[in-house]
Design a protein around this ligand. Structure first.
Ligand code: COA
Length: 396
């Protein structure tokens, strides 16, 4: 299956409107030097035309047909936080736009929230769990080190054991999972894919550090991406990047816990066995660097995705950015010359919910009637890795 999905990256023509200024073979991938890891549109059509490959793959489109979200019950406001760390509602709301956030407590689990969100997405899509072919979970804070996908699959009651796995990419997790889902569908083997963004960053926040603890909240949200004829395609284009050089700006590395003595090796050299028990340290972030990185990289990524869809910023009905900071969203919108009324924002209520933030904001906007059938959404995620990317979505 993975092979088929990869081939589709080269061959797909998901939408006749997509173009690179000349007839375009759709999405392509190349991977060396400075552009390693980039997925973009290029003119592979000539190459593709000369190779005998399955035309069946070319006719497959995909679209989001349902969404859903779930939140922990416990709310902590800025004023509440000010009782724990030296901060204030005035500082937090003016610097970030955040007023409160939800935190997982007690018996709540991330898998439980993800399950609820997936159920709601399937309900909206009117798709039975038995018809789900694949579940992708964008999450960096799963309940279990080995991820939550298969457990969510089991709890959803997917009778035919669809493939389920996790994608770990910080706040870009949903965007990468969405594009991966589209590749699986366009590859021809999958039809109904549940794409989940779920994170509980509260588990890795140092609650004594005011620079970071004020920013994050927990949540899960999901969409159902479904195969469709290419004329109805709803994922018009995408643009993905990563840059490991910037990884130092957002980290939660392993830290050693036990101080077991080194043991002598057979040749008298000192070796470290058994390995020391480890755990992840709390989140470290250079907020200023992250701020600059987003303002530098996200607007060109959105523009690139729009170009591949043969659209411009004036065609965008909604700018749906990862909900990290209102000032970041304002800066990106301003660089793209997209007016504030077209920017979807709900972070005042939930803070930065990492991989959940884009589908959570999408779900709220759809259910409130803000986003309507036919609307064009420019979505962009960014975060640890560093990773960032955009997708142009036609709703409904
Ligand atoms: C973290 C962030 C809100 C900090 O805002 P900022 O305006 O850049 O603030 P600074 O870091 O320059 O700090 C300014 C002052 O406020 C203080 N400060 C930091 N956090 C504070 C808080 N919660 N309450 C009160 N004061 C605080 C600092 O100590 C500093 O004090 P000083 O001037 O006496 O040294 C901002 O950089 C940001 O949002 N960055 C992006 C982070 C992000 O979105 N990450 C996730 C991406 S996926």
């Amino acid at each position: 299956m993975a092979g088929a999905a990869f081939i589709s990256l080269w061959l797909n023509v998901p939408n006749p409107k997509q173009s690179c200024g000349k007839p375009c073979g759709g999405f392509s991938r190349w991977g060396s030097g400075a552009t390693a890891g980039r997925v973009a549109c290029s003119s592979f059509s000539d190459q593709a035309a000369s190779q005998p490959r399955s035309l069946r793959l070319l006719s497959q489109g995909c679209k989001i047909v349902g969404c859903g979200s779930a939140l922990p019950t416990f709310t902590i406001s800025n004023d509440d936080l000010a009782k724990y760390v030296d901060t204030s509602d005035e500082w937090i709301s003016s610097r970030t736009g955040i007023r409160k956030r939800r935190i997982i407590t007690g018996k709540e689990t991330l898998n439980g929230l993800a399950l609820e969100a997936a159920h709601k997405a399937l309900e909206m899509a009117k798709v039975d769990p038995a018809d789900v072919d694949l579940i992708l979970v964008g999450s960096s804070t799963p309940d279990d080190l080995f991820g939550g996908g298969p457990q969510i699959q089991n709890a959803l009651g997917c009778k035919h054991n669809p493939v389920a796995y996790d994608i770990r990419a910080g706040c870009s997790g949903f965007m990468l999972a969405l594009v991966s889902a589209a590749c699986h569908i366009r590859g021809g083997g999958f039809n109904n894919v549940v794409v989940i963004g779920a994170d509980a960053i509260s588990r890795f926040v140092n609650w004594d550090r005011r620079e970071t603890c004020i920013l994050f909240g927990d949540a899960a949200a999901a969409v159902l991406l479904q195969g469709c004829p290419s004329e109805e395609d709803g994922l018009l284009s995408f643009d993905l990047h990563s840059d490991g050089d910037g990884s130092r700006h957002i980290t939660a590395p392993l830290s050693l816990r036990d101080t077991a003595d080194d043991v002598a090796g057979r040749n008298e050299s000192r070796i470290n066995f058994p390995p020391k028990r480890t755990e992840y340290s709390t989140l470290n972030m250079n907020g200023n660097e992250v701020f600059k990185f987003v303002c530098r990289q996200v607007p060109p990524s959105v523009e690139s995705a729009l170009r591949k869809a043969d659209l411009s910023t004036s065609d965008v009905d909604w700018l749906l950015l990862h909900q990290a900071n209102q000032r970041i969203m304002d800066a990106v919108a301003s660089r793209l010359e997209i007016p504030p009324e077209k920017v979807i924002s709900n972070l005042a209520n939930y803070g930065n919910t990492s991989a959940a933030s884009i589908p959570l904001a999408l779900d709220e906007a759809v259910r409130s009637g803000k986003i309507k059938a036919g609307d064009t959404i420019a979505a962009a995620g960014f975060g640890a890795g560093l990773t960032w990317g955009s997708a142009i979505i036609r709703w409904g």
